[in-house]
Each structure stands twice: as C-alpha cells, then as structure tokens.
Design a protein around this ligand. Structure first.
Ligand SMILES: *Cc1c(COP(=O)(O)O)cnc(C)c1O
Length: 374
C-alpha cells in the first residue's frame, strides 16, 4: 500500500481495476448481460469512475435509482444505456428523454409522463417493472395487463420503446425468490400476449445472480458484487472470487503515552488498563464511521490490529495500541481487501449491526476518493 500523501488526514482509495475485474468475473459466472448498478455515487466509490470501470469490465448497461443520478453520469461523459427506476412524483421526463435515459416504469401515470417526453424522432426507452412481492414499487399484477397493453400502443405510435421488463427479489429465502420468479414469468407471458416482448428481462441482483441461476434470464443487475463485496453473511469476497474495491484509511493525527486508568473519548467508556499509547485517528461519524461501532470497529496499523477505544466522535476516534510502536503520520486502515491484511468492510458492518452496503455507501464527502488501479 502506498503511503498517505503528506497533508492528507484520510482518504478512500478506489481500485477501478478491481471493479472491472469483478464485473468480468461475474459476467462470466452468470453468462449474462450485466447492468452495473452505480446508484448512490456508485455505492460511495464515485459513480462516473465506477460506471467507466464496469463498462471496461464488460457491463453493457447501467442502473441508478434516480433520474438525477443518470443525468450526472451523462455530464460525466458516460454514453452507455442507463435506466433509472425510482421516479419523482409529478416529474417531467423531458430532460431524461433528451439525455437518452431509460425509465423504470411502475405506474400508468409514469408511463404517460414518459410518453409525453417523447420527441417526433425519438421514443422514450422504458423498462416496465412488475411487483413480485417486495412491497416497494412496480406495477401490481391487477394493473399489469392494462399498463403493458398501453405501453404496446404507445410503442406502436412511436412514443415509447419498451426496452425491458423487470422486477426485484427479496432474498428472503430461495423459495420466496423462486415464487417471485414464477410470478415474473407469468407477467412476461401476459405482456407478450398484449404485444410487449422485449429482449431484456431482468430480476436478479448480485445475490440471486450468484445463487439462483434460473433467475439470471440472460441479464443481471449487479451492485454490491461489482464493488467486490459479498451479499451473503456466510461467504466472503474471496469466497466469491471478488476483490473489494474500496480501502478507507487515515493518517495517525496524534499519539500520546498515558498511565493506567486514563479515560478515552466522550463519556470515558474506555479506560486504559495499564500504561499505554493512544493513537488519534482523524475520521468520525461525519465521515461514515458508524458511532454504533464504538468500542468494536477494527483497524490495522502497521502489522497490528486494534479496536476502536471508546466512542467514535464526529471527526475522530482513538485506538489504544499498547506498546506497539505508532507514530504521527502512520497509516491506519479501517477496511479494504482482507487478503491484503486490511479489516473487511463486513467486520465494520458486524460491529455496527448493519451490512457492508451501508458501510461503503455512507463514506462521506470529507473523505477524498483517490482512484488507483492495482
Ligand atoms: C440496488 C439495486 C440493485 C443492486 O443490488 P445489489 O444487491 O447491490 O446487487 C439491483 N436492482 C435494484 C432495483 C436495486 O435497487
């Protein structure tokens, strides 16, 4: 690992080579077209760089939650097809249509607003979303035939182009996912019967793309996996052949030698057991280090592994390193690739009672991203 540049308190290294390699691996594994999901700033990795790396690795399409995220990718020079599936109530889709952004449609109203944004020479690309049980958005079974028939009519008059049909799985259990998949197949049949039979059908995110081969349908929407993290509690990145793309690290900002019984951080939740060295790590909950991981979160400093001592504060936390030699400026790795000795994002997730998705996605704007390629 390269040293932190002088003057840097903290940074997130983003290995774009890892993202490309993860896409390549998952594309081969699933034998499917990959829609790389780069919502929420590419799960904290930087949306434009994540998108570019995923396309480099063989993804052919991109997925985001909001239209604004799709437009930001266009401004960043990304020209691949992009679908956005969480649409603002009442929004006009004129700007999205102008940028060639495809829309994930969950209601007749959204379909009509999409059609209203078409120009004489360009229909608006849509993916019709069918609700298979998650209870979020998606067209309910009772409306599906009607909305699909209207989409067929709008397609015939050049207002929309139905690019895909899709849904999303709960991962509650393999049986729940198979039941949802069966409903989706029925919906595909109904859509075909009213004249909507696009080439793309997609329902599997990373979890099902890996574990439920029958859900691949030749096209998968991959988020967490492309960033090299596992969606499974019982399998690591390495178990899946993935490389974590993000490393968060900081420079030790202060070191002090203290006697036994010295309090550490707010509330003195930690008191030193013996004479020891305290190292100050300049990254806190404002940067996405979960306060719930107080007293629990792991770090690596040099050859040593330590745990957050006392409470995580807004900007900083303290590590009790005993007699381990630690100096101001030393690198502290919060998480990264465990095969290279870093703690895993999953360990922070366990410490905070959450999932690795949340750990990487919440890394805040005060943590500069630096692109690397191993
Ligand atoms: C976020 C999201 C994905 C990606 O899920 P992962 O578990 O990160 O692979 C796929 N589809 C939809 C609809 C999503 O919201």
């Amino acid at each position: 690992m390269t040293a932190l540049p002088a003057g840097v308190l903290r940074e997130a290294l983003v290995d774009v080579g890892a993202i490309a390699a993860n896409v390549r691996h998952l594309r081969r594994l699933t034998d499917s077209e990959v829609i790389a999901v780069v919502k929420a700033d590419g799960y904290g990795h930087g949306a434009v760089r994540a998108a570019a790396a995923a396309l480099e690795g063989g993804a052919t399409r991109l997925g985001v939650a909001e239209v604004g995220e799709a437009l930001a990718l266009r401004r960043g020079g990304i020209s691949a097809p992009i679908v956005a599936w969480l649409l603002a109530p009442g929004a006009s889709f004129v700007e999205a249509a102008g940028a060639g952004v495809e829309l994930g449609i969950s209601t007749m109203d959204q379909l009509n607003r999409a059609a209203a944004a078409a120009t004489a020479d360009r229909p608006v690309g849509v993916h019709l979303k069918f609700e298979t049980g998650l209870g979020r958005n998606g067209i309910p079974p009772e409306d599906w035939r009607m909305v699909a028939a209207e989409a067929a009519r709008l397609e015939r008059i050049g207002k929309v182009r139905v690019v895909g049909l899709f849904s999303h799985l709960s991962n509650a259990s393999p049986d729940d996912d198979r039941a949802a998949l069966a409903l989706f197949h029925e919906a595909i049949g109904v859509a075909a019967s009213v004249g909507v039979a696009p080439r793309l059908r997609h329902i599997a995110a990373t979890h099902a793309a890996i574990d439920l081969p029958e859900a691949r349908l030749g096209c998968v929407r991959l988020g967490i996996g492309i960033y090299g993290l596992s969606p499974f509690a019982d399998r690591s990145s390495a178990d899946l052949g993935l490389r974590p793309a993000m490393t968060v690290r900081a420079a030790v900002a202060a070191v002090r030698r203290v006697p036994a019984g010295h309090g550490v951080s707010y509330g003195y939740d930690h008191r030193t057991a013996r004479e020891t060295t305290l190292a100050l790590v300049p990254v806190g909950y404002a940067d996405g280090v979960p306060r719930q991981a107080s007293g629990l979160g792991p770090v690596r400093i040099g050859s040593g592994r330590f745990t957050v001592a006392g409470r995580v504060a807004m900007d900083q936390f303290v590590v009790d390193v005993g007699d381990h030699p630690v100096a101001v400026g030393d690198e502290v790795v919060l998480f990264g690739d465990p095969t290279l000795g870093a703690p895993a994002a999953d360990e922070w997730a366990d410490a905070a009672g959450t999932i690795n998705y949340e750990i990487v996605t919440r890394i805040g704007p005060r943590v500069p991203r630096r692109q690397v390629s191993a």
